[in-house]
Design a protein around this ligand. Structure first.
Ligand code: UFG
Length: 321
């Protein structure tokens, strides 16, 4: 297959590029490096460019006949989206519309799209299955929700088929530590907790201890980056073999509180984690846990690295590397 990976220099995208390249597929990464890193692209061809640059997209699609697009490009921080919604609507909606236009103009009709648990807002029940009502509570979640509706309409009108994968919390690193999580600034819990353990950060701030959860801190479902990428491979195979559009929730189905994550970080590193308790972060739902029964049933997806300890071990190897 010849695959375009939009946002292939980012955390999830770079793992996907490496996996596709290792399996012998032709991969082209398109990334503006606003959040990604050139050196994270370990295979295929790299093209620096922005989804806001329609001429660059035209050139890209003119020069390559892609079988499918895997679309990771976008802004991803919930807190930032509350403070700067314009950035999120521009990058995640306008950028995606430009990409979809280029696909239509060049007869590319298959996309795997990165969506998020944030489309569900404050859950009415957990674990969250695909039938759960959708009501995003922050601009980031809203941009992904709107894109899901766009994809549905584009399928009906233009025959552009897509698989939407709604990630819960992507975490961990390549087991050989060649790639891992890298954001600037880093906002995610596991890398920040590891940095607090190793002394690179003076302390970790826990955002909110008064949630309606057993220990008062937020509960999340952490899924290993490799397991997440495996699901994208299955999605590509489905689309290539003429499968219809689908949307799946993707997580391990097990929730851990912020305090529990900190305990596992202490265990894995053998170090203490200096912690400060702070107020809630805007836009954070108390509890997000996936029900991924559907993708397991339909495609036999099953996580290789479901244990939080393994996820954090791999993240720690990467952090030290
Ligand atoms: N947290 C802290 N301190 C920190 C960082 C995070 O207490 O310094 C807490 C957060 O409040 C949250 C949990 O740790 O309860 C996890 O936070 P992350 O920032 O690591 O991840 P999020 O749950 O905010 O974000 C993830 C994905 C988003 C997705 C979101 C759904 O990265 O793309 O889940 O809410 F939208």
């Amino acid at each position: 297959m010849k695959i375009l990976v939009a946002g292939g220099a980012g955390y999830i995208g770079s793992h996907m590029v490496r996996m596709l390249d290792t399996l012998g597929h032709a991969v082209v990464t398109f990334d503006d490096l606003s959040a990604g890193f050139r050196e994270a692209v370990l295979g295929g061809v790299f093209v620096q460019g922005s989804l806001h640059d329609k001429a660059a997209l035209k050139e890209l699609f003119g020069a390559n006949q892609f079988d499918a697009v895997v679309h990771f490009a976008g802004s991803i921080a919930v807190g930032e989206s509350v403070r700067d919604p314009a950035k999120y609507y521009q990058n995640n909606l306008t950028g995606t519309l430009n990409l979809l236009d280029a696909m239509r103009e060049h007869g590319v009709n298959k996309m795997v799209f990165s969506s998020t648990a944030a489309i569900f807002g404050n859950p009415q029940y957990v674990p969250i299955d695909e039938a759960h009502p959708q009501a995003p509570i922050n601009p980031y979640g809203m941009t992904k929700w709107v894109t899901e509706q766009i994809l549905r309409d584009y399928d009906a009108a233009y025959g552009l088929r897509s698989v939407t994968l709604r990630y819960f919390n992507a975490a961990g690193a390549a087991p050989d530590a060649a790639l891992g999580e890298r954001h600037d600034p880093e906002t995610h819990l596991i890398p920040l907790a590891l940095r607090a353990a190793s002394g690179k950060l003076p302390e970790l701030t826990v955002f909110g201890t008064d949630y309606d959860t057993p220990d008062g801190t937020c509960i999340r479902d952490y899924i290993h980056i490799v397991d997440l990428c495996e699901a994208h491979l299955l999605a590509l195979q489905h689309l290539i073999s003429a499968g219809e559009s689908r949307a799946y929730n993707l997580g391990n189905g097990q929730g851990y509180s912020v305090k529990e994550v900190i305990e596992v970080v202490k265990k894995v590193t053998g170090m203490s984690v200096p912690v400060k308790y702070g107020p809630r972060r805007a836009g954070d739902p108390p509890r997000l846990v996936a029900d991924a029964t559907q993708i397991r049933k339909d495609w036999g997806w099953s996580p290789k690295y479901a244990a939080l300890e393994t996820i954090i071990e791999h993240a720690w190897q990467w952090e030290r590397h």
